[in-house]
Ligand binder design. Structure first.
Ligand code: NAD
Length: 244
């Protein structure tokens, strides 16, 4: 199994879904993990429920200053920061004709802004030691496009590019930046999808089912581990082969 003993990791939006599964996967591999959630007391409760060395801190990733303070604080408290997973994100579906300005703003400030703030703060904390691994949460819809999800898909395309561009800037500091692009994963984010849409997605997935948060977490764990020591600027699809 991947060994992350001695590594310090931060996972944003780590209170549920793919974020929480990632917290569990990293802690299981021996990492010290700090998860963030918007509600600090709920985040602390979640952290206490996970086996391993896991703690929590409150953070809204749209607040660039707060992201910087939290990331710096974690690095200072633990003496290092080796792994950052910029997982926090939101989804709001809307057909093109129904998209309002505030929806675009929310998608961009949380998914794109939040990811950029997190990657920037992570890079600052990692540069000194000239080592580190960052993973962002892109999406299959950011690569293939998706009807009814123009704003979300555009934001996730941008997130994928954050990984590719940051990897080019940060390679010289020994920092790797990659993304995962999940297909349809069973979490709160996809709960709202109707049975007909789910059935269609399953039919279009060669593996014939939806994905589990734990399966995305394992891919993230691979990318942040030394097993992926020469992998950077890549977006790894975790989608069962789904073609939208
Ligand atoms: P989820 O809704 O269960 O979890 C998202 C997490 O992000 C929650 O903990 C939420 O509180 C947090 N979050 C949202 N806005 C935040 C903010 N401003 N500040 C801090 N935290 C915030 O969803 P999930 O399915 O676990 O998704 C995790 C990531 O994976 C997201 O970025 C999502 O876009 C991406 N993704 C999910 C799927 C899927 O099918 N579930 C597919 C592709 C990509």
């Amino acid at each position: 199994m991947t060994d992350l003993t001695g590594k310090v990791a931060l996972v944003t939006g780590g209170t549920r879904g793919i974020g929480l599964a990632t917290v569990r996967a990293l802690a299981e591999a021996g990492a010290t993990v700090v998860l963030t959630g918007r509600d600090e007391s709920a985040a602390k409760e979640t952290a206490a429920s996970v086996e391993g060395n896991v703690s929590a801190v409150g953070l809204d990733v749209t607040d660039a200053k707060a992201v910087s303070t939290v990331v710096r604080g974690v690095a200072k408290e633990h003496g290092q920061l080796d792994i950052v997973v910029a997982n926090a994100g939101i989804l709001e579906d809307a057909l093109l004709g129904m998209i309002r300005e505030d929806l675009v703003d929310r998608m961009m400030s949380t998914n794109v802004g939040g990811t950029i703030h997190t990657v920037q703060a992570a890079a600052r904390a990692m540069m000194r030691k000239k080592t580190g691994a960052i993973v962002v949460l892109a999406s299959i819809v950011g690569e293939q496009g998706s009807a009814g999800q123009v704003a979300y898909a555009a934001s996730k395309a941008a997130v994928g590019n954050v990984a590719k561009s940051a990897a080019k800037e940060l390679g010289r500091y020994g920092i790797r930046v990659n993304g995962v692009a999940p297909g349809v994963i069973e979490t709160a984010m996809t709960e709202h999808l109707g049975e007909d849409i789910i059935a269609g997605r399953v039919e279009d997935t060669p593996l014939g089912r939806l994905g589990k948060a734990e399966e995305v977490a394992k891919a993230i764990r691979f990318l942040v581990s030394d097993e992926a020591s020469f992998v950077t600027g890549q977006i790894l699809g975790v989608d069962g082969g789904l073609v939208l």
